[in-house]
Design a protein around this ligand. Structure first.
Ligand code: CDP
Ligand code: CDP
Length: 221
């Protein structure tokens, strides 16, 4: 399957990875892997079982036996639609804590690689370019100023009818950034061969176009 092209889009929370990955995939007619959803699904399954976030062996077992299905915009855990539930802050924070465990990351590795199917895949997350698809022909590391990211997330939550406070978001975001960058296993970092793209002052459309241009250049030579 390594002849199937992958575009990896890694970066911190609310840098726009998910939105941009979906639009790039749509433009190319490719599939998309939201790897963060797998960590969130693991977190939700562990929370449902009452496991504490310190139980590395228990959470790794949950990841190994995860019963999930992706269908368009829908995500199912053990047959139940949980698309909204996995977006909860509590689930994201639990996910970020257990994502530091090597056993959990190992359990999800092959599951992520199985998404690499013709004609191509756009994969977003933290370690798509460094660990999961190190041979990807195009790697993007999407960054944006933390205040811009907190404002985006705040607006996104309020539009969904979820109450949000900018100062709380900013504090949680700094905490999550530090945890994702500071862990020993697969820390959040650009691959040596990644294009670092700062979207602080770019619209979504401009960011998508920049990535499509990278892809055009990558395939031209
Ligand atoms: O997947 P990730 O957490 O990196 O971010 P996202 O959920 O795709 O984007 C977070 C929010 O920022 C969404 O509401 C996007 O519409 C918005 N956004 C933006 O306003 N400008 C950008 N250049 C990128 C994203
Ligand atoms: O939407 P947001 O960017 O906040 O988070 P996400 O992409 O849904 O991921 C949730 C958590 O899972 C992150 O804080 C990471 O700790 C972890 N994660 C990871 O470790 N590796 C990935 N490839 C994707 C997510």
């Amino acid at each position: 399957s390594s002849s199937v092209p992958v575009i990896t889009i890694d970066g911190p929370t609310a840098s726009g990875k998910g939105t941009v990955a979906h639009r790039v995939a749509k433009a190319l007619g490719w599939a998309v892997l939201d790897s963060g959803a797998l960590y969130r699904l693991t977190a939700l399954a562990a929370l449902n079982r009452g496991l504490p976030p310190e139980d590395e062996a228990g959470v790794a077992r949950v990841a190994e036996t995860l019963d999930v299905r992706f269908e368009g915009p829908h995500v199912y855990l053990e047959g139940l639609e949980v698309g909204h539930e996995i977006r909860r802050e509590e689930v994201g924070n639990f996910a970020s804590r257990v994502a530091a465990f090597p056993g959990v990351r190992q359990a999800l590795l092959e599951r992520q690689r199985a998404f690499r199917l013709a004609p191509g895949l756009v994969a977003d997350g933290r370690d798509m370019g460094t660990v999961v698809f190190p041979d990807a022909p195009l790697k993007v590391f999407l960054v944006a100023d933390v205040v811009a990211r907190a404002q985006r997330r705040c607006k996104q939550l309020i539009e969904k009818g979820i109450s949000a406070n900018l100062d709380d978001l900013l504090r949680d975001m700094r905490e999550r950034d530090a945890r994702d960058m500071g862990r020993t296993t697969a820390p959040l970092a650009p691959a040596a061969d990644a294009h670092v793209l700062d979207s602080s002052d770019l619209t979504i459309a401009e960011t998508v176009q920049a990535i499509l241009d990278f892809w055009k250049n990558a395939t031209a030579d």
